[in-house]
Design a protein around this ligand. Structure first.
Ligand code: GLY
Ligand code: MN
Length: 462
């Protein structure tokens, strides 16, 4: 069994389209931490139960800096004596039949499929490659060899490497945590502004997501006959066919479930006459995710009350989107949306005006419940660890991509609203790119107006 197998090494491989962008990002990282050793692990498999694992999803910063997505790998930037860093990526090489590794369950290629050889990976990623089974030992040796070099690790993804860095450097725990935190915060700050390759990934994520929503509308009849799970499965199928996965658990909330903000149980009935709040996003094979919400009348037509609430949220979203442009504050679109919703709640007699007072006291929040948006990219809630002054307290700049997603939610047991409002939840969410002179709605392919939605649903279901 050990012999008689052909050599399948692939020659002449080209660097991936992402590799020059990843190289540029590594250069910026290198410039920010001169003289420091930087360790960015991809992460390990996580046990789901007994001997089965969750599907692996590499850490975002590792993907951002390498374009690679394999488990148990690590990128190390080693400082050079004359400045700059030397980057190497540690990967698991191919397993071969001669030493029997090929047949080992867990990582033998008979079980998990062919990997790139280290030479192939070097060509594709445009990076020096090394054997990941030696990463811990080589890292420890390098740290011990020169205790004058600060080592920072992107902590929390690979326990073994975290421990190696701690032990070999003999670092004071608090000082170490600070050094590592600075690395993470810097990377999240960098990721706030997307490069052109990333923007293209986001366009693809939004296009596939629009197709997934269309699939769902086409299959609403089956959902009515079964449950919200049919919707989840329908969208998931599209995510797997056109991308890697869903970027987060799909929220398939029919009827009153829409008032539960992250309803992912998705086990309820889908009833004509009610609304479906579908919040879902396809994650591309390159791991960039869309995050889109549409609230749709399950039978294709909004009732008068549904329409009234929907249009308030639509107007709030329009006001929010109009506030997205370079130089505007990140907080502006939230405030613009909240103002419209507060005014509408006063107009309907649900809150006592004037709207100014309502906003000052935050009274509308009983029904609006959440912030109006967040950065989007490799993570659905992207760049969450960026500095406040670079994100929530900052001004928008071209290349940022964020969601604008106002909502109105009337809980089933809310005695402050008339009975007919109770159990109605509406959210509309789009993915907005900040451009040089304003913004572009990347998810505009999906209709948003009442008339547009009714016409679209009608055309798909006839
Ligand atoms: N799409 C879910 C969220 O933004 O929280
Ligand atoms: Mn969102």
């Amino acid at each position: 069994m050990r012999s008689g197998w052909a050599d399948t090494e692939r020659d002449g491989l080209e660097p991936s389209a992402q590799s020059p962008y990843a190289a540029k990002r590594r250069k910026a990282l290198s410039a920010a931490f001169p003289g420091d050793r930087l360790v960015i692990p991809s992460g390990n498999l996580k046990v789901r139960s007994n001997d089965t694992d969750y599907p692996f999803r590499a850490s975002c910063d590792y993907v951002y800096l390498t374009g690679d997505q394999t488990e148990n790998s690590v990128l190390i930037l080693e400082p050079k004596a004359d400045g700059g860093h030397e980057a190497a990526i540690y990967l698991l090489p191919r397993s071969n039949r001669e030493d029997g590794e090929f047949w080992l369950s867990g990582y033998g290629e008979l079980w998990v499929g062919r990997r790139n050889s280290l030479t192939e990976a070097a060509a594709i990623l445009g990076l020096a490659t090394r054997d990941s089974r030696q990463a811990a030992e080589q890292l420890a040796e390098a740290i011990v060899a020169d205790q004058g070099v600060v080592t920072r690790i992107l902590r929390g993804h690979d326990e073994q490497l975290d421990a190696v860095v701690d032990l070999a450097s003999g670092r004071d725990e608090r000082a170490a945590a600070e050094l590592d935190e600075e690395l993470k915060v810097f990377l999240h700050g960098m990721r706030l502004v997307k490069d052109e390759w990333e923007i293209e990934q986001m366009r693809r994520a939004c296009a596939a997501t629009a197709t997934g929503f269309t699939d769902v509308v086409r299959e609403l009849g089956q959902a009515i006959a079964t449950s919200e799970r049919w919707i989840e499965g329908t969208f998931y199928r599209r995510a797997r066919v056109e991308g890697n996965d869903v970027g987060y658990g799909s929220i398939c909330a029919a009827g009153p479930h829409a008032t539960t903000l992250h309803w992912v149980r998705n086990d309820g009935a889908v009833r004509p006459g009610e609304l479906l709040l579908l919040d879902a996003g396809v994650e591309t094979d390159t791991l960039y995710t869309a995050d889109v919400t549409r609230t749709l009348p399950i039978d294709g037509r909004f009732s008068e009350l549904q329409k009234k609430i929907y249009e308030a949220v639509y107007d709030a979203q329009e006001a929010g989107i109009a506030a997205v442009r370079p130089g505007a504050r990140f907080r502006d679109f939230h405030e613009a949306s909240q103002r419209v919703l507060a005014e509408r709640l006063v107009e309907w007699g649900l809150l006592e005006g004037p709207a100014e007072r309502v906003i000052e006291l935050g009274l509308q929040r009983r029904y609006t419940l959440h912030g109006t948006g967040h950065m989007l990219g490799l993570d659905v809630h992207d760049c969450a660890d960026a500095r406040t002054e670079d994100y929530v307290d900052a001004q928008l700049v071209p290349g940022m991509i964020l969601t604008v997603e106002p909502g109105l939610y009337f809980q089933l047991d809310d005695l402050t609203v008339p009975e007919e409002y109770r159990g109605v939840g509406v959210r509309i969410e789009d993915d907005i790119l900040v451009t040089a002179d304003g913004n572009e709605n990347l998810s505009a392919a999906l209709p948003r107006t009442v008339a547009g939605i009714e016409q679209w649903m009608g055309s798909l279901r006839d």
